[in-house]
Write a protein that binds this ligand. Structure first.
Ligand code: 9YT
Length: 132
């Protein structure tokens, strides 16, 4: 069994900080679960364009207010606590945060640990593992 706290993980390389968000990756590929599990904070008054070409991601909003726009068909969905969106078609999208937003996110296949978005908002299929 694996038991970890968010607090512990935040003190390690599991916490990755980017321009518009930071994310603590509590479960990674090395944990052997077949998915990775992250707690992500999106900074207020930001927009983040993403395109997970190599992954499926499910995103559950724990707190905050914002919206997600599908760049596949232009649909815009309000996002608040209790809302899930799932990128089941590798959808290109923009996440706009009005306030600080917190999410629980699952990636399949699992991330390795150090991934950051490339210019298209994509993570590579393989990346550097962390020691933590
Ligand atoms: C919602 C979203 O995808 N934010 C970007 C960070 C990502 N959740 C991650 O790497 O943990």
């Amino acid at each position: 069994m694996i038991v970890r706290t968010l607090n512990q993980c935040e003190q390690t390389e599991r916490r990755v900080v980017s321009e518009t968000w930071e994310s603590t990756r509590l479960l990674l590929k090395a944990d052997g679960m077949g998915f990775s599990f992250h707690i992500t904070t999106i900074y207020p008054n930001t927009e983040t364009r993403m395109w997970y070409r190599n992954h499926w991601e499910a995103v559950f909003c724990l707190e905050g207010e914002g919206e997600v726009e599908s760049l596949e068909d232009g649909s815009i969905y309000p996002i608040t606590s209790g809302t899930l969106y799932a990128l089941n078609q590798h959808d290109q999208h923009i996440l706009r945060a009005k306030t600080t937003m917190r999410f629980a996110c699952v990636f399949n296949p699992p991330l390795y640990g150090k991934e950051k978005h490339d210019a298209e908002g994509t993570y590579p299929l393989e990346a550097q593992e962390i020691d933590a």
